[in-house]
Each structure stands twice: as structure tokens, then as C-alpha cells.
Design a protein around this ligand. Structure first.
Ligand code: HEC
Length: 171
């Protein structure tokens, strides 16, 4: 009997280990892009921002949302948490650049490619079935490259997305 329990325990441990491995494999691979300032407005701090924000994803796509200053500060913090290496002295420069050129009213961005259905529903103001359609479309067709790609999702009222365009990102 005891042996049986031990074996069950071992199997559960194995299953847990393989589940952990699978989710580790699904984490976004660290791609190193060549930072480019294409499409970003000129101004003080642009170079530092492009260097700081353009290695893991395109800087232009990251800086497509319009957020409050506090919102941008939180994004920068969260990117440092995800491994962005930004010198202490550069943080205020990046914050200044982003909150000068990309200032808005939203406290945080919504990444339409990773947000759970419930967040899409609440933040974009979609019906439950519309948010479900967005997730289904994303699962079948891969990531949305632009916000306009959401027009292809069957059964959603795109004008609702249009109204929230300012804080939706497609990373
Ligand atoms: C070390 C890599 C790295 C760097 C450098 C980086 N980011 Fe990110 N960023 C990520 C990852 C990973 C995600 C999540 C993408 C995903 O879920 O597929 C992300 C997502 C985002 C999002 C979407 C919201 C979210 O939290 O998913 C924004 C906005 C963003 N980054 C802005 C920035 C800005 C601004 C900078 C520069 C200050 C920056 N990033 C630098 C890795 C990085």
C-alpha cells in the first residue's frame, strides 16, 4: 500500500515537473532586435528610449499607447522587472520622452495579444461573446500585428475597439 502511494507521489511530481517545463518553454523567447527609432517622434531622450525599449520588441510598438505619466513609470518598472537594463540615470530621461510624446489618460496599457478574455471584456468594453471571439481568433491566427487587424474578428463591433485605441497595444 505504502509503495503504491509512493509511486503515485512520484508520478505527480513528474507530472508537475513536466508541466513546469512546458510553461517555461512557452515564455517569449528573448529575441534581441536591433533598436530602431523609426516611426518615433524626434526629441530629447529619443535615442535613450530606443536603446532602452527596442531590444525585446520594437520601441515604436511599445510606445504606441497613450498613458498617464504614472502609467509610463509603471510600464518602465515592469520592463525592468522583465529584464530591461536601463541605467538609473536614464530612467527619468525615458519617462520624460514617453510622457511628453505619448501622454494620455489611461493608467495602463492592454496588450490585446496576451490579455485574458475578462480583461479584454472589461477594458475594451466588449460583450462577453465579442471578447471570446477576440481570444478565439488570436488562438487560431496568432498575434494581432496592428489594432486594425481586430476588424477581421467575426462578430465584434470594431467601433468599441476604436474608442479605446489609445491604450491598446499589439505586442
Ligand atoms: C528585456 C526585454 C524588454 C525590454 C528591454 C522592454 N520590454 Fe516591454 N515587454 C517585454 C515583454 C517580454 C513584454 C510582454 C510581451 C508579451 O506578453 O508577449 C513586454 C510588453 C510591453 C508592453 C505591453 C504591456 C505589457 O505589460 O504586456 C509595453 C507597453 C512595453 N512592453 C513597453 C516597454 C517600454 C516603454 C520599454 C522601455 C522602457 C520596454 N518595454 C522595454 C520585454 C521588454
Amino acid at each position: 500500500m505504502a509503495v503504491r502511494w509512493l509511486m503515485t507521489g512520484a508520478l505527480v511530481a513528474l507530472w508537475m515537473a513536466s508541466a513546469a517545463m512546458t510553461s517555461a518553454q512557452q515564455a517569449p523567447a528573448p529575441v534581441m532586435l536591433t533598436p530602431s527609432g523609426e516611426g518615433l517622434p524626434d526629441g530629447p531622450g529619443k535615442d535613450v528610449t530606443v536603446r532602452s525599449c527596442g531590444t525585446c520588441h520594437e520601441a515604436r510598438r511599445a510606445a504606441s499607447a497613450r498613458l498617464t505619466r504614472a502609467g509610463w513609470a509603471a510600464v518602465i518598472d515592469s520592463m525592468i522587472g522583465r529584464g530591461a537594463r536601463i541605467a538609473d540615470g536614464d530612467v527619468p530621461v525615458v519617462l520624460e520622452y514617453l510622457s511628453t510624446h505619448f501622454l494620455g489618460e489611461a493608467a495602463q496599457p492592454l496588450n490585446i495579444n496576451t490579455a485574458p478574455q475578462i480583461d479584454i471584456e472589461a477594458a475594451v468594453g466588449l460583450l462577453r461573446r465579442e471578447a471570446a471571439a477576440v481570444v478565439r481568433y488570436r488562438e487560431r491566427n496568432g498575434r494581432f500585428k496592428t489594432i486594425d487587424d481586430l476588424k477581421k474578428v467575426p462578430g465584434i463591433d470594431f467601433s468599441k475597439v476604436e474608442r479605446r485605441r489609445a491604450f491598446i497595444v499589439t505586442l
